[in-house]
Ligand binder design. Sequence first.
Ligand code: TYM
Length: 332
Amino acid sequence: MNRIFSGMQPTYALHLGNYLGALRNWVELQNQFESIFCVVDLHAITLPQDPKALLNNTREVAAAYIAAGIDPERNILFNQSYVAGHSELSWIFSCLTPLGWLNRMTQFKDKAGKNRDQAGLGLYAYPVLMAADILLYKATHVPVGEDQKQHLELARDIAGAFNRNYGRDVFPLPEPQIMGEATRVMSLRDGTKKMSKSDASDYSRINLTDDADAIAQKIRKAKTDPEPLPATIEELEARPEADNLVTIYAALEGTSRLDVLGRFAGAQFSGFKGELVDLAVAKLGPITAEMNRLMKDPAEIDRILRRGGERARAIAESTMAEVRDVVGLLRP
Ligand code: TYM
């Protein structure tokens, strides 16, 4: 049986990278797989969060999932902390995960910075909790952007370690699904840096909460070089900012970079950016409008998340019963 699990952190408004790298693919995949989509609030608190903002962001991420086209009836949509199994399985996995595996994780190095001794244990153990998220539901496929690849390899290693250690085939090895034209959307200010929620400059990203004016301003101010658009992918790839804008255009339109170059080769960026603004506003505007509509009724979003949480918990409890038996923990 195939099952999808994926999630996003409610740390800030979602951005175009989250949408093109992951969320849009989920919308497509929900028709092919049984799917579980999570708002990972326990991951969010690995860095300091204001409690009110965290709760609001959790609702906003759920609203973004629904506004982008995730059907909360057909799929399970819930927030991570609702199901205790995530934390329980994470502990069991941490007892099997060598420190050496975690020391290789580049995200921890990036997020902890120079102050490693001050970084929290949760930030270090973050990828183990992520493995627990996926394996608690025995998910076989995990649609994510390219930046999560290393974490997914660790999840596969942990699943293998558990199965080997207890001599039982409890967990499948989950497959990453890194799909589409825009698996790594870059900052609008620097084509060598990933578009990210934590970038200090709001001009580096397009948020799903941005209105048409903000989208237009950010795209017009996006860094480019003075050359017109090239005709070949090779020439494009030598120009990170140009490549990023062409990639965003292709992904929003559902075509390829080569298609886009076929139409715009030789054009100046000023003209191309105007077209990109129109396309981005046409594609993102309806999602933002629907998110705003949903956010007017937070109680309804909470009802959807709780209903999803109950359904998730039922699957999680059956996995945890099996895990307790295998590990030798008395069942409650
Ligand atoms: P998060 O919240 O940072 O990002 C959510 C999803 O968006 C993708 N993404 C991008 N894709 C393309 N270009 C970008 N610039 C970009 N930025 C973000 C991410 O790859 C991700 O798919 N650890 C995860 C959340 C998580 C999770 C899980 C995911 C927790 N448990 C279990 C899958 C399965 C994270 O921080 O994603």
